[in-house]
Design a protein around this ligand. Structure first.
Ligand code: IMP
Length: 185
């Protein structure tokens, strides 16, 4: 199945291609993405998918994905505003925001919302989460964004150390993709 992903993030396209076997995923070639101003991950993911629907070939599926990180010591933030808050320096922003925070204040979860719209307008969606905590310092080189400071539940290493193979099996995006595929039947 051919699909066009509305994202500037090439990491996401590579991850999704591994997560959706049989889907060939191209990144939408556009430089005028609308702002991510929705109140929920779903609104943003749906908005991205609709944007792609208007531009992608009529016979292709389109995909929109929105994700974020929710940290207990930050009142569940930055959540849906994660990319705007961290402004490209996710690791520096997070370590600064949690300076001096200990224990449960460092508990966190990644959230991913995935929306697919088919050639006839049919919609599939999937939500996925991954629980963990924010490390005291960054380590590892794989993944992107907050991965060098995110230690998943049951693990001692960060997602950036655990690597892309681990991420393809366990990440919030992997869980969202599985949920979407269940809907697809
Ligand atoms: P967006 O979904 O592209 O708006 O990304 C939201 C924010 O969460 C950005 O700062 C991303 O870097 C971050 N983010 C999303 N998914 C991941 C992930 O899998 N690992 C690390 N950071 C992520």
């Amino acid at each position: 199945m051919r699909a066009v992903l509305a994202s500037r993030n090439a990491h996401k396209a590579r991850e999704l291609e591994r997560l959706l076997p049989g889907w060939q995923i191209d990144v939408l070639d556009a430089d005028d993405y609308p702002p991510e101003s929705g109140a929920t991950y779903y609104e943003n993911a749906h908005g991205k998918a609709e944007f792609a629907r208007r531009r992608a070939p009529a016979d292709a599926w389109v995909l929109g994905e929105d994700s974020g990180i929710e940290v207990d010591g930050l009142g569940g933030g930055p959540g849906v505003t994660s990319s705007r808050s961290a402004a490209g320096d996710e690791v520096g922003w997070m370590l600064g925001a949690l300076a001096g925070a200990r224990g449960d204040a460092r508990r966190a979860r990644y959230v991913s919302e995935l929306v697919a719209i088919g050639p006839g307008g049919e919609e599939l969606r999937g939500t996925g989460t991954l629980g963990g905590r924010i490390a005291d310092e960054a380590s590892g080189s794989e993944g992107f964004g907050f991965d060098p400071v995110f230690v998943p539940d049951g693990e001692e290493r960060t997602v950036a150390e655990l690597g892309d193979e681990w991420k393809a099996r366990h990440s919030h995006r992997a869980n969202a993709a599985r949920a979407l595929l269940r809907e697809a039947g």
